[in-house]
Design a protein around this ligand. Structure first.
Ligand SMILES: Cc1ncc(COP(=O)(O)O)c(C=O)c1O
Length: 406
């Protein structure tokens, strides 16, 4: 790692990529990386090339790879063929365990509904709000990403390619304010005064939108006016939740609580959590064959929560994140780096142009450091929570080498 590799993709990777190009939809693949396996914060490709992973697969692998506790959990299922069940029709131990484990880190009085993905967690959050308020417009933020299913997509507003030619649910947009002195910081009040609204939904750190961190006043305004006008506040923690910001949930940095919230990625499955006062009054209002039906994912999700607690990984995320942000901040104003921002181990680095950002991401990849793009011209960094001081320094060395040259 750190050395430039000229022979990427290797022959095995090329075969996989060519098969994919021929038979599968060419979606958002970013690098010619064909993952084989991983250890700790290192991912190895199918040809044996190693990468220091500063993405944790967009937060889905908070304990890195081949973590002994996860391997042990997986081993328990190696001879249990009943690993997928109709999880809203039949009970299982894993469902109860995960519901109990997550309830210990949720705001008090919350209940959970499990589902496949982040987008479905958002869909169900929206459904819970509509149940209470009726089919009124929902408010989301410019630059928001809430998933790609059609309901969630109506409130996603990050890239036009996600929405072209699709019908939309009624919605209204506000600016996602990152500064307390933003002139639009109070816009939410006028919207709520003048319209009947089903919900307000936002991320605390816009993920796909560029790792933009909400201002304190913006978030406290959303909370204050949502309460005043009786509109549920939905916080989307699909990317930021389960520890990446150094707290279980990003909203904890703001001393507020949502009415309804989502989780996924690091949790291994999607979850819609809600204050009991928003629980649908009728049974069957929420369901799905695989809602709470993937026993392995639920068992791993429980283990993720337990290991983060036991190994004090929230503290590690705060410490390592501060170290990384400090190192990166020294590059601001040099070689087209215009901003470094974030909370804990969710860090955005903004470049002067999209072209420059894309070139540097590709160079970092060739030097063995995995990062991803976000927003118009930012790089997103979200390493596993187990990352060590040595790995942070190793990553920073590669960044210096690649970003600080022309
Ligand atoms: C904040 C947020 N919400 C929702 C989603 C959608 O999650 P999924 O891709 O699991 O459907 C994402 C995915 O990146 C996300 O970052």
């Amino acid at each position: 790692m750190g050395e430039k590799r000229d022979k990427i993709p290797g022959p095995k990777a090329l075969r996989v990529i060519n098969t994919m190009k021929k038979h599968a939809y060419d979606s958002t693949f970013m690098y010619s990386l064909v993952i084989s396996h991983g250890h700790n914060c290192i991912i190895e490709d199918i040809d044996g090339n190693k990468y220091l992973d500063f993405t944790s697969n967009i937060g889905a692998c908070p304990l890195g790879y081949s973590h002994p506790d996860i391997i042990e959990t997986l081993a328990q299922y190696s001879s249990n063929g009943t690993y997928k069940i109709a999880g809203q029709d039949f009970y299982c131990q894993e469902h109860a365990d995960l519901a109990e484990d997550i309830s210990k880190i949720l705001p008090s009085g919350f209940k959970t509904f499990f589902i496949n993905s982040g987008a479905e967690a958002v869909e169900n959050a929206i459904k819970i709000a509509y149940r209470k308020k009726g089919p009124l417009p929902g408010i989301s933020c410019i630059g928001a990403f809430h998933g790609r299913t059609l309901g969630a997509l109506s409130f996603t507003a990050s890239r036009p390619v996600h929405k072209y030619n699709f019908p939309e649910f009624p919605s209204k947009r506000i600016k996602f304010c990152t500064r307390d002195d933003d002139p639009e910081i109070d816009a939410i009040e006028d919207l709520l005064k003048e319209n009947k609204i089903a919900f307000i939904m936002t991320e605390i750190i816009q993920g796909e939108g560029g790792y933009n961190v909400a201002s304190k006043k913006f978030v406290s305004n959303l909370r204050k006016f949502a309460t005043r006008y009786g509109v549920p506040l939905i916080l989307d923690e699909v990317q930021s939740g389960i520890g990446h910001t150094g707290k279980w949930w990003a909203f904890e940095h703001y001393n507020i609580r949502p009415d309804i919230m989502t989780s996924a990625k690091a949790l291994q499955i999607g979850a819609t959590a809600f204050d009991k006062k928003y629980e649908p009054a009728t049974r069957s209002a929420l369901s799905s064959t695989w809602g709470g039906g993937n026993r392995i994912d639920m068992a791993v999700g429980s283990k993720v929560i337990q290991v983060i607690k036991r190994d004090k990984l929230l503290e590690n995320a705060t410490k390592m994140g501060n170290m990384l942000r400090k190192g990166l901040s020294e590059m601001i104003g040099k070689k087209g780096i215009v901003d470094v921002r974030g909370l804990g181990l969710m860090i955005g680095v903004e470049f002067d142009t999209a072209h420059h950002r894309d070139k540097k991401l590709s160079d970092l990849f060739k030097h063995g450091l995995l990062t991803l793009g976000a927003g118009q011209k930012s790089m997103r960094i979200i390493p596993p929570l187990i990352i060590t001081k040595e790995q942070i320094h190793q990553g920073l060395d590669i960044m210096h080498q690649v970003l600080m040259r022309n």
